[in-house]
Design a protein around this ligand. Structure first.
Ligand code: DMJ
Length: 581
């Protein structure tokens, strides 16, 4: 199409060229009117002109730089700068499907219907004594649809239709239930071609969760009793709810509102965003019922930032307020949290911890600690750069500098570097990354023999029990970012990264009798297991790996947003508008 436009532009210019030549004394036309029989001197000029056109066209077609510059000069959008098809890597994609089946079939055999799975003891367990609500099943069902596992899907669907009950008189975590079960049912509804079973269950669950918002402030309560339809505060956390927990319900509730046309879901979830906006804009954490707490992209903070961008994307980039909140937050992160390793210059995201000063004030201390959870941010920044940070409607793959705002360019580069850092933390005995990495800083008094590299696992000592930080619990964040980076760049190095992680999981986490287990020390071979297979292995880690090796037309990024548990929800044009700006 664009080649055609260029040709028609060139054709339109031709007469003008001839006209100018006509007016030139001694030009070929003068000879033509003179009726000369000898070859016209204009002929070689036409040939010459044709040669130039052919040359330009050849360059246009074979040189991306010339094409891009010509297009830019002529104001023509360049198709090659848009999403090129990324082909499936069949053998790697199928290896991931096999891994999913290895996990699912073991769960189905040993613990069907239970909320959690323990692959070494071959048992299941539930989150409350009142019985399970199918955490694993709801979390896995959309992955089955995406992978085309029809037999497994039919059995899981039958369980949802016949056995899933929310009449459970016990306290469940509001955030986890929303992102895993509600998110999973909503994605299953969409991907199954709108099977009403899933919407009915999602609607019922949403209505049972809704009472958590019945608080003085409108901030949700951390726990929900689905049978009593009553929220409850988390006493272990003195009744406080973390930023991430309060702000990671919105994609699910908005989509539920859109499907059911019940505005309450939208409004209650959105009210939380209005409260958090004030909090983050004024940077006065000690407001009213807010408590000063660490500022971090890891646990208790992570998905707040993720959902700022994704709320903007979910509503087809129409809710500008979320873009503004996202942009402000990313600038804050760059101003305060982005750091570099001492010798390697690895880019990482530190934490800010509040400390009481002698005068009773608060001082913020930078802690060189990065949770594995933070690794979601690399891909998220890149996705944000190509949407919130884009100057054009369709950004190239990979983006060209002139397509991004200054902030978009900054975020893109940070995202790329952060993924490399996350990959560097896989440089362990197992090739798996630890739960938490610390980075060397001047004067840290770390012994070089314990922390020879730029990053280290705090508390790890030979011949002593491994610290909590040394675990790998099948988390998805690095492969999530790798998947996004691959879709946005087409750079095969990301498939290599993902494949290396997949192989490490296969080698060290796979239990021969079925399922996958967490390992308690990524720097010890052979590994010791923790008898737990987290549900996010099947909902996130294996789904993102599958998508990494699949065709880029599977769940295109401009049509879907993935909730924080990797459940894809479609982008839609909202009928309800944000009530704040
Ligand atoms: C998932 O349950 C979600 O991604 C959540 O936002 C935090 N991380 C876990 C997986 O690591």
């Amino acid at each position: 199409m664009q080649v055609l436009s260029l040709l028609s532009l060139a054709a339109m210019e031709e007469p003008g060229v001839r006209q100018r030549k006509k007016a030139t004394p001694g030009s070929s036309n003068n000879h033509e009117t003179g009726g000369e029989t000898k070859p016209s001197p204009a002929f070689p000029k036409v040939l010459y002109g044709l040669l130039v056109v052919v040359l330009v066209l050849a360059l246009y077609n074979f040189s991306a730089v010339v094409k891009s510059q010509l297009n830019q000069f002529l104001g023509i959008p360049d198709p090659t700068r848009h999403l090129p098809g990324v082909r499936t890597n069949l053998s790697k994609r199928d290896a991931v499907v096999e891994a999913f089946k290895h996990a699912w079939l073991a769960y189905e055999r040993d613990a069907m219907g239970d909320d959690e799975y323990h692959p070494i003891s071959h048992t299941g367990s539930n989150l409350t004594k009142a019985g399970g609500i199918g955490y694993v099943i709801a979390d896995s069902i959309d992955t089955m649809i995406i992978m085309g596992l029809d037999d497994e899907y039919q059995r899981a669907r039958a369980w949802v239709a016949d056995k899933l009950s929310f009449e459970r008189d016990g306290n469940l975590n509001t955030f986890e239930t929303t992102i895993r079960v509600l998110g999973g049912l909503l994605a299953a509804y969409h991907l199954s071609g709108q099977d009403p079973v899933f919407l009915k269950k999602a609607h019922e669950l949403g209505s049972r969760i809704l009472p958590v918002f019945e608080t003085e402030s409108g901030l949700p309560l951390s726990l929900i009793n689905l049978a009593l339809r009553e929220g409850a505060p988390d006493r272990d956390n003195n009744g406080y709810i973390s930023t991430a927990e309060a702000s990671t319900l919105q994609l699910e509730f908005r989509y539920l509102a859109y499907l059911t046309e019940e505005d309450a879901y939208w409004e209650k979830a959105e009210h939380v965003s209005t409260l958090l906006r004030v909090l983050h804009q004024t940077l006065r954490p000690k407001m009213g019922r807010y408590r000063t707490s660490p500022i971090r992209l890891g646990s208790r903070g992570d998905s707040y930032y993720e959902y700022l961008l994704k709320q903007y994307l979910q509503t087809n980039q129409t809710e500008i307020v979320y873009r503004e909140m996202y942009d402000t937050a990313m600038t804050g992160i760059h101003d305060h949290l982005v750091q570099r390793g001492l010798s390697s210059q690895l880019l990482y995201i530190a934490e800010l911890n509040p400390q009481q000063t002698q005068g009773g004030g608060i001082e913020w201390r930078l802690v060189p600690k990065q949770d594995h959870l933070v690794c979601f941010l690399g891909g998220s920044l890149m996705l944000g750069a190509t949407t919130s940070g884009a100057l054009v409607e369709h950004v190239s793959v990979p983006p060209q500098t002139d397509e991004l705002t200054h902030q978009g360019e900054r975020d893109w580069l940070t995202g790329v570097e952060l993924i490399d850092t996350c990959m560097a933390t896989h440089d362990t005995q197992t090739g798996l990354a630890p739960e938490i990495a610390h980075f060397r800083i001047p004067g840290d008094r770390m012994d070089d023999s314990v922390a020879p590299a730029d990053w280290y696992i705090k508390g790890a000592r030979p011949d002593t029990p491994p610290p909590f930080d040394a675990r790998y619990i099948l988390r998805p964040e690095t492969v999530e970012s790798i998947f996004l980076a691959f879709r946005l760049t087409g750079d095969p190095k990301y498939r290599d990264y993902g494949w290396a992680i997949f192989q490490a999981i296969e080698k060290h986490c796979r239990i021969p009798t079925g399922g996958y287990a967490s390992v308690i020390n990524v720097d010890q071979v052979p590994v010791e297991y923790e008898d737990k297979m987290e549900t996010f292995l099947m909902s996130e880690t294996l789904k993102y790996l599958y998508l990494l090796f699949a065709d880029s037309s599977v769940l295109p990024l401009n049509e879907y947003v993935f909730n924080t548990e990797a459940h894809p929800l479609p982008v839609f044009n909202p009928t309800i508008r944000t009530g704040f700006s």
